[in-house]
Design a protein around this ligand. Structure first.
Ligand SMILES: [Zn+2]
Length: 180
């Protein structure tokens, strides 16, 4: 048999084989809430069938434990309801994706910015928010910055008080780093 012919045959078989496992998964997903109860279905979702093994993503190890006990009942139900004879079910928290529709919270780039001084920033923000008068805000802000600056390490290049994050990243302050 030529390689071309072999490839043609494998090409014809493989998509069919894959789609059949995908179809099986689809059928299981359609009645998943009936196979397990609603409480469990919110914390465990089938993600794939591979080599006749159903893979189920679970929210946490606790739900994995719960479902491990349910495994024989699960396999029996799937066999009876859908005539799919799976050899096993495997649970994993790795594939878990929250089912809720809420949009993911944008991570704030400032939180990981090297010029950010950890922990104190939000406190200063709160203090600033308390001042309605712009002038006193500025005076207050200056004194906060000055008092905080006294506790900061100094840039080895220019001697200015420097956020530790800047020294971690560049070994000098952001201004000196920009000059290099
Ligand atoms: Zn410097």
């Amino acid at each position: 048999m030529s390689f071309e012919r072999l490839h043609a045959i494998l090409g014809a078989i493989e998509p069919h084989y894959q789609s059949s496992e995908r179809q099986q998964l689809q059928r299981i997903l359609e009645i998943w809430h009936e196979i397990v109860n609603d409480a469990i279905a919110d914390h465990a979702q089938p993600t794939a069938i591979q080599r006749n093994i159903l893979e189920v993503a679970t929210e946490s190890p606790v739900w994995t434990q719960t479902l491990v006990f349910e495994r024989p009942r699960l396999l029996k139900k799937i066999r009876e309801r859908l005539a799919i004879d799976l050899s096993d079910v495997r649970f994993s928290t790795v594939q878990w994706r929250p089912q809720t529709a809420e949009t993911p919270v944008e991570s704030d780039p400032w939180q990981s910015h090297p010029s950010r001084i950890p922990e104190q920033s939000s406190e200063v923000q709160t203090q600033l928010a308390l001042f309605s008068n712009a002038k006193s805000s500025f005076d207050r802000w200056s004194s906060i910055v000055q008092s905080r600056a006294q506790h900061l390490p100094l840039c080895p290049e220019c001697g200015s008080p420097t956020p530790p994050g800047e020294l971690d990243r560049w070994s000098v302050c952001a201004i000196c780093a920009a000059k290099c």
